[in-house]
Design a protein around this ligand. Structure first.
Ligand code: HEM
Length: 324
């Protein structure tokens, strides 16, 4: 974070390079480290798009990008169509069901932890809780939980040998994990077409045919996005949140004393301090200027959320953890 603070002092955009695992060359990009510019770029998808890659600095083959990224790597109108279909599947009744499931699974993992006594927090709570909720929402049976956990860990930690499960080639490991999740979800979707339940998979395959239904080949990438985006973010926020609370017993005691009054602000502060998503990338769609910086069509800009969340222009004492 000290490096980001130094970059931010120099200006909102810093030219930088990152090694490209496919070409072996360096990719050039602008690092964006100030809060205002991260927000501004995020609000202008026509000028700074996601469709040429959003989750990696390196350009990926289009098919691989969409297979692993679904609509997070798309621009409108394709993004609006797919996101709209998913949003419309979250009816108030379905959301009430998700809330019930969150409470049930939360009670279950905490009861399990209490029975075991001393545990590793990540293994006992931060890791299983969000993924169990997502699997439950989609209708993935509990018996497949281990498969989903292993495969999403490979996709999320592709650079980390510990996560590759013995496979030395990153690309084969990624492809294997993607195929495993695809097989699982396609089989479930096929079954739900004839045996619908009230899960999200049933809603997605039973929407009106046409623009209102995900095509069969769009369902697995959507599940991969949901399982990857919803899993590591919450795992990191829960783990770092607990770590910060352990380091700041006064803050923990204050929150415990007033859960109703403090929870909303406390969650915001934990997400700010943890900043679970390191970055997202955008690509400049046409020559333009922003805050005195000229950009050319095709330039890459990388939004560093942890740096923006410690911008002293917005946060008085950004290194202080303060739940109130
Ligand atoms: C602390 C928790 C979370 C954080 C910090 C977080 C952060 C983010 C960020 C930074 C983006 C990219 C936005 C952009 O490109 O402008 C994103 C997108 C997304 N997240 Fe999360 N997220 C969290 C939890 C979740 C959960 C629990 C789910 C699902 C179960 C989820 C599903 C998604 C999806 C589907 C997208 C793509 C949205 C789109 O392209 O329209 N996220 N999230």
């Amino acid at each position: 974070m000290a490096h980001f603070a130094e970059l931010r002092r120099q200006g909102p955009f810093t030219p930088a390079v990152a090694p490209n695992p496919i070409t072996g060359l360096d990719d050039e990009f602008f690092a964006v480290t100030s809060y205002a510019e991260v927000v501004e770029i995020s609000r202008r998808p026509q000028d700074f798009c996601s469709g040429r890659g959003s989750t990696s600095i390196a350009d990926m083959p289009a098919e691989a990008m969409e297979f692993f990224g679904s609509f997070i790597t798309m621009d409108d109108p394709r993004h609006a169509r797919q996101r709209g279909i998913v949003s419309r599947s979250f009816t108030p009744r379905k959301l009430a069901g998700v809330l019930d499931s969150v409470e049930r699974i939360c009670t279950e993992v905490i009861d399990d932890m209490c029975e075991k006594g001393e545990v590793d927090l990540v293994e006992a709570i931060s890791q299983p809780f969000p993924l169990l909720v997502i699997c439950d929402m989609m209708g993935i049976p509990r018996s497949e939980f281990g498969t989903v956990l292993r495969a999403t860990n490979v996709i999320l930690g592709s650079g980390d040998p510990e996560m590759l499960g013995g496979e030395e080639n990153i690309f084969s490991a990624l492809l294997g994990a993607g195929m495993e999740l695809t097989g699982l979800v396609n089989e479930l979707a096929e079954h739900r077409r004839t045996h619908p339940t009230d899960d999200l998979t049933s809603a997605l395959v039973h929407n009106e045919v046409g623009d209102d239904m995900l095509a069969p080949q769009e369902i697995a990438p959507f599940f991969i996005l949901l399982a990857v985006a919803g899993n590591d973010t919450t795992r990191t926020a829960t783990s770092l949140g607990m770590h910060l609370l352990a380091e700041h017993p006064d803050q923990r005691a204050a929150w415990q004393a007033d859960p109703d009054g403090m929870t909303a602000d406390a969650v915001e502060e934990i997400v700010r301090a943890a900043s679970p998503v390191t970055f997202m990338r955008r690509t400049v769609t046409h020559d333009l200027s922003l805050c005195g910086q000229d950009f050319a069509e095709g330039d890459k800009v990388v939004l560093f959320y942890g740096a923006a969340n410690r911008d002293p222009v917005v946060f008085d004492d950004p290194e202080r953890f303060d739940l109130r």
